[in-house]
Ligand binder design. Structure first.
Ligand code: ATP
Ligand code: MG
Length: 404
């Protein structure tokens, strides 16, 4: 392979611990290169991520050459090597795909560097760098595509997407993260096969969705790609095209579930389709249930709305701020209500159900819940009523008179 490699423009900085691993493997007679995302990002001048190593050494040899190793993905040929500081470096044996079905690949070892690079998804991800000899292996002109700012499949895009449909979503993710264009042939193949994305597992699609929303320069740009390529149709039909044309929210924090709710209505169905966690589905369902804003910005309207939306208060307030639907400054009133500690839930009442039972006002059972709700009702009207003696008096009055 070395005869095909070329010197690069500038040597890139590879951590000393990584170089030591490369030397050790090469001294044992196994060609070893730095590959993948870290090389791409280093060439773009970005922050250093973990450097992945690709080696001719079989996994068993990698394990035998280093004192501390972890079998992180042994079926894919990946061994984790721990350096003196205990930092893990992934070392993967050169491999090529033997069987692909659009969802999984069966890989075989005993491949060359050239073959290993050929099975990678995009040219910008198929660049290898040798940190000892300062040599480059870039058989698919990934560095030229980095300079042109283009995401281009390695080889025939239609075939590469048929092998693994997830690559379609990865193309969209890298394009929006790096602010690159997608090469026309690669884009055409992605569009042509977009409906096949339906066959992918929910977990892999969800991971792409979440990673994409977290890393895109502009989430709306990523979602425009999901929309125009056609992949949104099978996995996120809730995506609202009109919203993609509006100004993007200010993203001081990346919160994929909240971004999903911003762009998709409803969003609980999205997380169910993605087989999301119970917490994710529940959070989205609470947002969907709304109402999205209080009817007015006065204290009582805001407290009653906070009571109605429960755990979705923070999310709905944030979404309304992004959408510019905080007329009258009700979001400030929400913050003030929280700051003052005004009760908007049963749990914030100055007395508990036990207090009512101990005072002999009510016995355990459904009547207790009804009574607590009526006390909360009174406190929502006037927070000044939230004191234990006052509430006990009110409770005594309430049990005497019939419920309205
Ligand atoms: P990130 O910064 O998102 O981790 P990355 O390029 O490191 O970007 P990974 O998903 O960590 O991406 O994969 C590491 C490398 O493995 C990629 O750079 C690419 O060469 C290869 N790769 C990953 N997934 C695929 C795939 N589905 N098909 C082909 N090659 C892949
Ligand atoms: Mg990576």
């Amino acid at each position: 392979m070395s005869e095909a490699s070329t010197p690069g423009p500038d040597p890139i900085r590879i951590p000393e611990q990584v170089i030591r691993i490369v030397r050790r493997l090469e001294e044992a007679g196994y060609e070893t290169w730095c590959v993948g995302g870290a090389i791409r990002d280093a060439l773009l001048g970005g922050a250093g991520t973990d450097v992945d190593l690709a080696t001719a050494a079989p996994p068993t040899v990698v394990r035998s050459l280093f004192r501390r190793t972890i079998a992180v993905g042994i079926e894919h040929g990946t061994v984790g090597v721990l350096d003196e500081q205990g930092v893990l470096h992934e070392v993967t044996t050169f491999r090529h795909d033997v069987v692909t079905d659009g969802r999984h690949a069966v890989v075989a070892f005993g491949a060359s560097l050239e073959e290993d690079l050929a099975r990678r998804d995009f040219t910008i991800n198929a660049i290898a760098y040798h940190p000892v000899h300062d040599r480059w292996a870039d058989p698919f002109d990934g560095r030229a595509d980095l300079a042109r700012r283009v995401v281009r499949a390695v080889g025939d895009p239609a075939q590469r997407f048929r092998e693994d449909r997830l690559r379609i979503l990865r193309a969209l993710r890298f394009a929006s993260r790096l602010d690159f264009a997608i090469d026309p042939a690669t884009w055409a193949a992605a569009v042509a096969q977009s409906s096949d994305i339906a066959h992918l597992s929910a977990e892999r699609v969800r991971d792409e969705w979440v990673k994409g929303l977290r890393t895109a320069r502009d989430p709306a740009a990523l979602l425009r790609l999901w929309h125009t390529s056609g992949v949104a149709a099978s996995w996120v039909p809730e995506l609202e095209a009109a919203r993609l044309e509006q100004p993007a929210p200010v993203l001081e924090d990346r919160d994929p579930p909240l971004l999903t709710a911003f762009y998709c209505t409803p969003s609980a169905s999205v997380w169910r389709r993605f087989k999301g966690s119970t917490a994710e589905i529940r959070r989205a369902a609470a947002i969907d249930a709304g109402p999205p804003t209080p009817p007015a910005a006065d204290g009582e309207s805001v407290r009653r709305w906070m009571h109605a939306v429960g755990e979705a208060v923070t999310d709905l307030t944030r979404l309304a701020q992004w959408r510019g639907t905080t007329a009258g400054g009700w979001d400030d009133e929400v913050a003030a209500t929280v700051l003052r500690g005004d009760a908007t839930t049963r749990g914030q009442l100055a007395i508990t159900g036990n207090d009512l039972i101990r005072a002999g006002i009510v016995t355990p059972g459904p009547a207790l819940g009804v009574l607590l709700d009526r006390l909360l009702e009174a406190v929502l009207t006037d927070p000044a009523r939230n004191h234990a003696p006052q509430l006990l008096d009110r409770a005594r009055d309430l049990v005497r008179e019939p419920a309205p």
